[in-house]
Design a protein around this ligand. Structure first.
Ligand code: CAA
Length: 703
């Protein structure tokens, strides 16, 4: 096996170099290499100090995440880090790029830290459902103030080199080359006769105020990180740092880590870590297909969607031509973009001059001809097939050869849209989520004739504008909205069966959804889904209760937050949602009229009905080939639909329940509820009866 650690001695300073592409993750080979190296250096009397550095784009980006699935092999983190810390001569970490997780923990085992000005130090373990497990919970509060340490570990937000210097995490920052700077620093230590400064021998900084701080953080985590294990375990570990000696504290950290690593929460979050990287690899697409160059983007429609997409592009320094039909629309659109940026400036997350630079990258125009220079044109007008077809015919006339034509439809048939052009190979769906400048997900819809390099370009664009791009094929609603349909159907049906809107939403929120679906409808506008259903009425079930509550609200003009009322009332300055007795009475009357039995579904039933219906639809999408992988569905739902990451996405969640449980649940609902909706997807049935899982099925498909 290739060695990933080597060393060379320059005039009394040993430089230990880690080289393990792509991100220097600390796997078993690296740990073994560090162990061998630090043992070898122990016996060399000419070595007066040691510099620990990495080659490649970054310092160590943490533990090798894959090892958590298989178990950590010997030598363990503690053994290796203790060897480094025990060195009799000073050890200086030379940090560039992103020192993450175990990467920060190695630097804490070193005696001194020198950072490149662009370096960042982060502890993202909570986002993986674990806590720093290589001594980080014990050493960090000894290196920086307890409050800073807790903040770094609870938020996962990396500290830039300058801030790390202020916090005392690093001793020096250099604008120049990192290794020579660290060697210079080490030489000065030797000249001064400074010996090792072991973090474990320091006292916790701010231990006197720890009680109050930890209690406050515990309360905050219980509220903001509901249903999670790792945040509270992290606070327990830090409490151990405050109350116990270093070695006892380390034992507490180890035992908490061992429990967390195999818990469903951590398995779910690891699953998403892999899944979010897997989405870029499209089965059947050669890895060497080059993306088309995108130097300028054209956008048609300057409403909420078009404006948000324009912001995504200019945030990534891609110039935009923004076209709309009227001057008034354009002005309104630009004013909204400016207002959004202004808010970031007021919050301090953007400088005023950056705002101006970004706005200057947008060229507004009333003329479709202005799109002739664009390499990619994204249509973002009202969701109406006839209108979109008209626009695509016009785009076909003005766009340059090879330009990509994207449609931001959320449901429509992209093959039909592509068919009005002479270049269906250049047409693709680019489904952004509102607000586009904030939401993480980009559904990339490959139509029947979309060329492979157009798909690759869309994936590349997603990365450039910092979105998670997931490829889907054409069907009504693609992955996300198609699965929302049965989920929402059950929520709507539950309110006709006597659960109140607040009961339905709170059941879903308690389970972990960011927002209950009925409150989501109110936020997005109840009319949006309703209008789509009216257009597709001929394709929908002939069931009079199907999405009836939404229809009734629309008939009354109670279309959600924008009208001040929908499923809830939004009164007062705060516009908080409050139950609306009139809506509850309206639903009860309608249930009587439709002769719907009042089952009063409880929270568990509401959760199961909504989620099983969603999972079943997901299984259909896999069979139809609309979604390429079960894990892609999980990425869509966690990145775009407020599905709790710690449950891994709907398909992973189904696997954790066991597909037999889901299948049998659906059969039970078939008996007690409307059987037309409760037909198990053939794939779900097959996997459930053979004791398999979506993950196993996916592994077999991609073998
Ligand atoms: N372990 C294993 N593989 C990793 C990895 C890790 N820690 N970090 C990245 N990789 C892999 C990715 O899976 C990817 O593989 P493929 O090319 O096969 O898909 C490859 O490295 C490149 O990664 P990215 O595509 O993410 O590259 P990027 O340049 O966009 O981002 C990064 C680089 C910021 C380091 C990002 O990869 C990242 O955030 N990694 C995770 C860091 C992390 O969470 N570290 C903490 C680990 S837990 C820990 O350390 C616990 C402990 O206490 C010991």
């Amino acid at each position: 096996m290739r060695e990933s650690v080597s060393y060379a001695i320059h005039d009394g300073i040993a430089v230990v170099t880690i080289d393990s592409p792509p991100v220097n993750a600390m796997d078993q080979t690296m740990r073994a290499g560090l162990k061998k190296t630090f043992i070898a250096l122990r016996g060399q009397s000419e070595v007066k100090a040691i510099v620990l550095a990495c080659v490649g784009k970054t310092f160590v980006a943490g533990a090798d995440i894959k090892e958590f699935d298989t178990g950590i092999a010997e030598p363990g983190y503690h053994e290796v880090l203790r060897l480094i810390e025990d060195s009799a001569v000073p050890v200086v970490a030379a940090v560039h790029g992103t020192a993450l997780g175990g990467g920060v923990e190695i630097t804490l085992a070193c005696h001194y830290r020198v950072a490149h000005a662009g370096a960042r130090f982060g502890l993202p373990e909570l986002s993986l459902g674990i806590i720093p497990g290589a001594g980080g919970t014990q050493r960090l509060p000894r290196a920086v103030a307890l409050e800073v340490a807790l903040d770094m570990m609870l938020t996962g937000k990396p500290l830039a080199a300058g801030k790390a210097l202020e916090a005392g995490l690093v001793d020096a920052v250099t604008e120049g080359e990192i290794v020579p700077a660290a060697i210079g620093f080490a030489r000065e230590l030797v000249q001064k006769g400074a010996g090792p400064r072991r973090t474990r021998e320091q006292a916790v900084k701010g231990a006197a105020q720890a009680g109050e701080l930890l209690t406050a953080k515990r309360a905050q985590m219980a509220k903001t990180m509901r249903n999670r294990l790792a945040p509270l375990a992290l606070i327990d570990a830090v409490q151990a740092a405050v109350t116990l000696d270093f070695d006892q504290g380390l034992q507490v950290e180890s035992s908490l880590s061992a429990q967390l690593e195999q818990a469903t929460e951590a398995r779910a979050l690891r699953h998403l870590f892999y899944a979010e990287r897997e989405v870029r690899k499209i089965p059947g697409l050669a890895r060497d297909i080059a993306p088309r160059a995108v130097a300028r983007v054209g956008i048609v429609g300057s409403g909420t969607m078009g404006g948000g997409i324009a912001m995504c592009c200019v945030n990534a320094a891609i110039p935009v031509t923004l076209v709309d039909a009227t001057q008034q629309n354009l002005e309104r659109g630009l004013a909204t973009i400016r207002k959004n940026y202004q808010r970031s400036v007021e919050r301090g997350s953007l400088k005023a001059e950056q705002m101006e630079q970004r706005l200057a990258l947008i060229t507004p125009s009333l003329d479709f001809g202005a799109l002739a220079q664009a390499d990619l044109i994204i249509e973002a007008v009202f969701e109406n097939l006839t209108l979109k077809k008209e626009i695509f015919a016009k785009l076909d006339a003005v766009a340059k050869p090879g330009a990509i034509l994207g449609t931001n439809t959320s449901t429509l048939d992209i093959d039909e849209i592509a068919a009005v052009t002479r270049r269906p190979q250049d047409v693709i769906g680019l489904h952004f989520f509102s607000p586009a400048n904030v939401m993480q997900l980009l559904e990339i819809v490959q139509a029947g004739r979309t060329a492979p390099d157009v798909v690759v370009t869309a994936l590349e664009l997603a990365k450039r504008i910092k979105k998670t791009g997931v490829v889907a094929k054409v069907c009504y609603g693609f992955i996300g909205n198609r699965m929302m349909d049965p989920y929402g159907r059950e929520a709507e049906r539950c309110v006709l069966e006597g659960a109140t809107p607040a009961e339905v939403d709170s059941a879903l929120e308690q389970w972990g959804m960011a927002m209950g679906i009925l409150a989501v409808y109110d936020m997005a506008g109840v009319d949006i889904g309703h209008l789509t259903r009216l257009e597709r009425a001929h394709l929908l079930p002939k069931d009079p209760s199907f999405y009836r509550p939404s229809a009734m609200l629309c008939e009354r003009g109670w279309i959600g937050q924008k009208a001040g009322r929908g499923y809830y009332r939004y009164d007062g300055a705060e516009r908080n949602r409050t139950p609306d007795p009139e809506v509850i009475a309206m639903l009860a009357d309608e249930a009587r009229r439709l002769d719907i039995p009042q089952r009063h579904p409880d929270a568990t039933e509401i959760q199961q009905r909504c989620l099983y219906a969603m999972i079943n639809e997901g299984a259909l999408l896999l069979e139809e080939g609309i979604a390429l992988r079960a894990s892609d569905i999980d990425v869509v739902y966690t990145a775009g639909y407020g599905f709790p990451r710690y449950r891994g996405g709907p398909m992973f969640y189904a696997d954790t329940l066991g597909l037999k449980t889901v299948y049998e649940g659906i059969l039970a609902f078939q008996k007690t509820l409307d059987p037309q909706y409760w037909q198990p997807a053939p794939l779900l049935k097959k996997l459930a009866l053979s004791g398999s899982s979506f993950a196993q099925w996916q592994a077999e498909q991609t073998k």
